[in-house]
Design a protein around this ligand. Structure first.
Ligand SMILES: Nc1nc2c(ncn2[C@@H]2O[C@H](COP(=O)(O)OP(=O)(O)O)[C@@H](O)[C@H]2O)c(=O)[nH]1
Ligand SMILES: [Mg+2]
Length: 463
C-alpha cells in the first residue's frame, strides 16, 4: 500500500513503548502479544535473551528478566522500524494462550520503564501518525474487523487497499496543480490575455474533479448501508402475527408473541445475513388508535422507524378489515410489500386466490405459524438486497464522515468553476484551497485531530 510521504503534524506523539494482547479472548490456543515503540527491541531481548533476525520467527524460551524464571516457550518475531505495522520498532511473541501465561508476561513487561499497556486502537493510531495508513484505510480496517457478512468483508477489504484513499490522494494532487495555475494567473502582470490561458485549464480541472466527486458521492448511500445493513420494518395492525414472523425468520424467540393485542412496544431488531448481505429486521408495535400512553409511544416509534426503513413489510391477517392499509406517511416513498399472515386458517383455494390477485405491490401469503411461504419471502428479501447492493461498481464512500468531506470538496469546486467564469481568480484560488483542505481531511493529512478519537475509539485494545 502507498505510504504517505509527509509526516502528519499535530497528532499527540508519545515516546512510550506500548504492549497489548492482540489476539482474541483467553484462554485460546495461541496468544499474540505485540510490543511497539523505542524500547520494543530491548524488551524482546530481555524476554528471550536475544534479538532474532528481522521478520523471521524463532522458537524461544520466555523468561522474566528480573528473576530469570521461565514463563513459557513461544514464537518470537522482530520487526525493526520503519518496516513494521506501526512504523516503529515492533516485537511480537506468540505465547500459549493461558490467562496466567499472558499475565506473567505482562507483569514482566511492566517492569520496564516507559512501557505501558496500549490504549484501544493505539497501534493503529501510531501507524497513522507514522504515515503508514491514511484515515480511509483505518476506517476500512475497523470495518473489516467488524464485518459480519461476505459483502461487508469485500467492501472493507477494497477500502483497505485504498479504493477511496488513493483516489482522494490523486484528486488532491491534481487540485494542487490547478491551484498553482491559478496562483500564476493572479501573479501575472495585468496585460495581455495570458491569465485566461492559465485560469481556463485550472477551471477545466476543477470541473472534471467536481463531476468525478459527484459520481463518487452517488455511491455513498449504498456504501453506508452496506456497513449498517438494509433496514426492513415489519409493520401493520396489532395481533396479525408481526412478532411471530420476526421470530420465524430469526429462528428464535426474539420478540414476545401473545394473543393480547398491543404486546410489542419497543422496536425489536434482528440482524440477518442474507446470502452475504446484511439486513436488519425490525418488529414494531401494531399500529392502531390507542389511548394507553406506553402503547402510543410504541406506535410513534413504529411509525418513525418504518418511515426510515428501506423496505416496509405491511402485514395483515385474513380477519383484517379494509382501511387497515399501510398509510402513505409510513412508507415515505420507500419500498412496500404486502403480506397476509395466518394463511393456515384459510383453505388452499382461498390462499391460491389471494396469491393470484393483482396488487400494486409485491404480495406474499404466508403463515408464521407453519412457516408456509416464509422461504419464498426470504428469497425475495435476499433478491432485494442483492439488487440494492450489487450495481457494477463497488461503493467508494462508506461513511458519513467521508461523504461530508466530499460534499464540502464538491461544493467548493462548484463555486470555483462559477467564480472562474466571472474571472474572479482570487475567489477561485480560495475555493480550490478549501476543496484541497477537505480532501486532506478525508485522508487525514491535515487538521483531523477532532475526528481521531471517534475513529480510533472503534478499535479494541491490541489493534
Ligand atoms: N393461526 C395462526 N396464528 C398466528 C400466526 N402468526 C401469529 N399467530 C397468532 O396471532 C397472535 C398474535 O401474534 P403476534 O406475533 O404477537 O402478533 P403481532 O401483534 O402482530 O406481533 C398470537 O396468538 C399468535 O400465536 C399464524 O401464522 N397462524
Ligand atoms: Mg408484536
Amino acid at each position: 500500500m502507498a505510504a504517505l510521504s509527509l509526516p502528519i503534524k499535530g497528532v499527540g506523539q508519545t515516546d512510550d513503548t506500548i504492549f497489548a494482547l492482540s489476539s482474541g479472548a483467553l484462554p485460546s490456543a495461541v496468544a499474540v502479544v505485540r510490543i511497539s515503540g523505542p524500547r520494543a527491541g530491548e524488551a524482546l531481548r530481555a524476554l528471550i535473551g536475544r534479538l532474532p533476525e528481522a521478520r523471521k520467527a524463532v522458537l524461544a524460551r520466555v523468561r522474566d528478566p528480573e528473576t530469570a524464571e521461565s514463563l513459557d516457550q513461544a514464537l518470537a518475531l522482530w520487526f525493526p522500524s520503519p518496516a513494521s505495522e506501526t512504523g516503529e520498532d515492533m516485537a511480537e511473541v506468540q505465547l500459549h494462550g493461558g490467562r496466567a501465561v499472558v499475565a506473567a508476561v505482562f507483569s514482566a513487561l511492566r517492569k520496564f520503564e516507559g512501557m505501558r499497556l496500549a490504549e484501544p486502537g493505539e497501534f493503529t493510531r501510531r501507524a497513522f501518525e507514522h504515515g503508514r495508513l491514511d484515515l480511509t484505510r483505518i476506517e476500512a480496517l475497523a470495518d473489516l474487523i467488524y464485518a459480519d457478512t461476505e459483502a461487508q468483508r469485500q467492501q472493507a477489504f477494497r477500502h483497505m487497499q485504498g479504493l477511496l484513499g488513493d483516489r482522494a490522494e490523486r484528486w488532491r494532487q491534481t487540485l494542487i496543480e490547478a491551484m498553482a495555475l491559478v496562483e500564476a494567473a493572479i501573479d501575472f502582470p495585468d496585460e495581455g490575455d495570458v491569465p485566461a490561458d492559465l485560469l481556463q485549464p485550472a477551471l477545466n480541472i476543477a470541473a472534471r474533479l467536481c463531476h468525478e466527486i459527484e459520481e463518487t458521492l452517488a455511491t455513498s448511500v449504498r456504501g453506508e448501508r452496506l456497513r449498517d445493513g438494509l433496514t426492513v420494518a415489519i409493520a401493520g395492525p396489532p395481533n396479525v402475527g408481526k412478532s411471530s414472523l420476526l421470530n420465524r425468520i430469526a429462528q428464535r424467540e426474539a420478540a414476545i408473541v401473545s394473543p393480547a393485542p398491543g404486546t410489542t412496544r419497543d422496536v425489536i431488531e434482528v440482524h440477518l445475513d442474507l446470502e452475504g448481505f446484511p439486513l436488519t429486521l425490525l418488529d414494531t408495535a401494531g399500529i392502531r388508535d390507542s389511548s394507553e400512553p406506553v402503547e402510543q409511544e410504541g406506535i410513534r416509534r413504529a411509525r418513525t422507524r418504518a418511515a426510515r426503513a428501506d423496505l416496509v413489510l405491511w402485514v395483515t391477517d385474513p380477519s383484517s378489515r379494509m382501511g387497515e392499509q399501510a398509510s402513505s406517511d409510513l412508507i415515505n416513498g420507500n419500498a412496500l410489500w404486502l403480506i397476509t399472515n395466518k394463511c393456515d386458517v384459510l383453505s388452499e383455494a382461498a390462499v391460491e386466490s389471494l396469491r393470484n390477485r393483482t396488487a400494486a405491490h409485491p404480495y406474499f401469503a404466508i403463515s408464521a405459524k407453519t412457516g408456509a411461504g416464509v422461504e419464498h419471502l426470504l428469497d425475495a428479501l435476499a433478491n432485494f438486497a442483492r439488487l440494492y447492493f450489487k450495481p457494477s461498481e463497488p461503493a467508494l464512500v462508506t461513511r458519513e464522515r467521508q461523504r461530508q468531506m466530499l460534499q464540502v470538496t464538491e461544493g467548493a469546486l462548484r463555486r470555483a468553476v462559477g467564480e472562474g467564469a466571472r474571472g474572479r481568480e482570487e475567489v477561485v484560488a480560495e475555493e480550490l484551497r478549501a476543496a484541497s483542505q477537505a480532501l486532506g481531511r478525508l485522508v487525514g493529512r491535515v487538521d483531523v485531530e477532532d475526528v481521531l478519537d471517534a475513529i480510533f475509539g472503534d478499535f479494541c485494545i491490541g489493534k
